[in-house]
Design a protein around this ligand. Structure first.
Ligand SMILES: Nc1ncnc2c1ncn2[C@@H]1O[C@H](COS(=O)(=O)NC(=O)[C@@H](N)CS)[C@@H](O)[C@H]1O
Length: 456
């Protein structure tokens, strides 16, 4: 783990997650194993959004130039990142089309057609799509992509600012719970004015801390106020018969949550996957001794059948040495392995190996389902607690704003530095001086701080 970046790039390939050899910078391929991790992670966020009365929808990827340019601050914020389509075949287009960097403009253009009276509100929709940003900084697989393959963007419209404010809190809770379920600890900051989402009133951001001590923004919640509503004329008739503009929020996560699960939970042997997103939660490995293969294989099939409706279980019956199988599944981060040899079977025992702690222990076969139940919970908690300890060890609270102190801490301890909030230093000049990013203002242990870090 000394060279985290090397470890990270290697694991994407050796664990069969992602192939970055695609011949276009900032783009890569989700391999089947990685695709399953992505699928289970985004199934979790889908469940949570649906649970919270959001509706999934789907909007076009192509945005006509005049539509994208409609909200001044927004287009200014994205003009250096937008990809343009200029031809249909050999025919030049009369209006060039943007590949969506994000979908405020197409969605709010349609909302104008949907919103007439206050009872048409609230609207709470989301889509999980690819989006495109011509990132000029260092691109990194699943971290800084030019084609963001898994861009979950939610957009809401409300009839009062109080309701929009409440929706921001709801979104923050959804993300907090989601990142918790992924075992990824985060620090929440309100981004500074100079680094908020283009066109937003304010931006709340979730940052996690990678093993190399750099932070990464893995989710954002924006209160858009009425900026976009005024630009897109999202006007509605109020209950009193008057007129008002809608109050909006939007919030997004991306492939970065996949990168975080890999980065925060992995170790020298490879991935350690939270059971919720593991493509295979349990691997059954029959130990085939000469002349006794049948016993182990039959028992393995029996156990497979007894588990397959409850867990994502795989029977590894490849004709290779057990040790090779053990290494493969430790590399791929399968949470639980069940080994069974003829002697175990005679004694009605099974050997369990848990990837998160590396422990190996015997259990009674009749007790398997109960054991697995408690084991899955224990693994989830252990993975989460380990990550929490690592992230906590990367947080330093200073009781002063001394620039050298801050720089010293960032270069030695790394991670996040919290200094007492003071509006006089909450400036871009200060950010220049410390040669790091001001993440924003952060509540920590009930106090208000300015959070500072080197970021991805
Ligand atoms: N180039 C990128 N590669 C991967 N993820 C990215 C990239 N750019 C942004 N993200 C992720 O996408 C999230 C949402 O992007 S954003 O610009 O902050 N917010 C929006 O686009 C709003 N429309 C809410 S979806 C960010 O918090 C970040 O985690």
């Amino acid at each position: 783990m000394e060279n985290f970046s090397e470890w990270y790039h290697n694991i994407l390939e050796t664990a069969g997650i992602y192939d970055l050899r695609y011949p276009l910078k900032g783009c890569g391929v989700y391999l089947p194993y990685g695709f399953k991790i992505r699928r289970y992670a985004f199934e979790a966020i889908r469940d949570m959004l649906d649970e919270s009365n959001h509706d999934e929808a789907l909007f076009p990827m192509l945005i006509p130039e005049d539509l994208l340019a409609k909200e001044g601050e927004h287009i200014k914020g994205f003009e250096e990142e937008v990809y343009w389509v200029t031809h249909g075949g050999t025919t030049p287009l009369d209006v060039k089309l943007a590949l969506r960097p994000t979908s405020e403009t197409p969605i709010y253009h349609m909302m104008k057609l949907w919103i007439k009276v206050h009872t048409d509100l609230p609207i709470k929709i989301y889509q999980i799509v690819n989006s495109f940003r011509y990132e000029t900084k260092h691109t990194r697989p699943l971290i800084r992509l030019r084609e963001i393959m898994t861009f979950k963007e939610a957009h809401t419209a409300h009839s009062t600012s109080e309701e929009a404010e409440a929706q921001v809190q709801t979104a923050l809770n959804i993300y907090k719970t989601f990142f918790d379920r992924m075992g990824v600890p985060t620090i929440v900051s309100q981004r500074p004015e100079w680094d908020k989402f283009p066109g937003a009133d304010y931006t709340m951001a979730f940052d996690t801390i990678f093993p190399d001590g750099k932070t990464m923004q893995i989710g954002t919640v924006h209160n858009l106020g009425q900026h976009f509503a005024k630009t897109f004329e999202l006007e509605f008739e109020t209950p009193e018969g008057g007129k008002d503009y809608a109050y909006q929020t939007c919030y997004g996560i991306s492939d970065r949550i996949i990168a975080s699960i890999i980065a925060l939970h992995g170790d020298e042997k490879g991935l350690i996957l939270p059971p919720e997103v593991a493509p295979h939660q349990i691997i059954i490995i029959p130990l085939l001794f000469k002349g006794k293969e049948e016993i182990a294989m039959n028992k393995a099939k029996e156990i497979y059948k007894s588990l397959k409706n409850t867990y994502r279980v795989k029977l590894d019956d490849r004709d290779i040495r057990p040790g090779k199988k053990f290494n493969d599944w430790e590399l791929k981060g399968a949470p639980i392995r069940i080994e069974l040899g003829p002697r175990d079977i005679e004694n009605n025992k099974l050997t369990i190996y848990r990837r998160d702690t590396g422990e190996k222990f015997q259990i009674d076969e009749d007790n398997l389902l109960n054991e697995l139940n408690t084991l899955i919970d224990s693994i989830e908690n252990t993975i989460k607690e380990k990550a929490e300890q690592k992230v906590k060890s990367f947080i330093t609270i200073l009781d002063n704003h001394d620039v050298n102190n801050i720089k010293e801490t960032l270069s030695t301890k790394k991670g996040v530095v919290l200094v007492p909030y003071d509006e006089n230093i909450y400036t871009e000049e200060f950010e220049e001086e410390i040669d790091a990013s001001v993440l924003g203002t952060t509540e920590y242990d009930g106090k208000k701080y300015i959070s500072i870090a080197k970021t991805y």
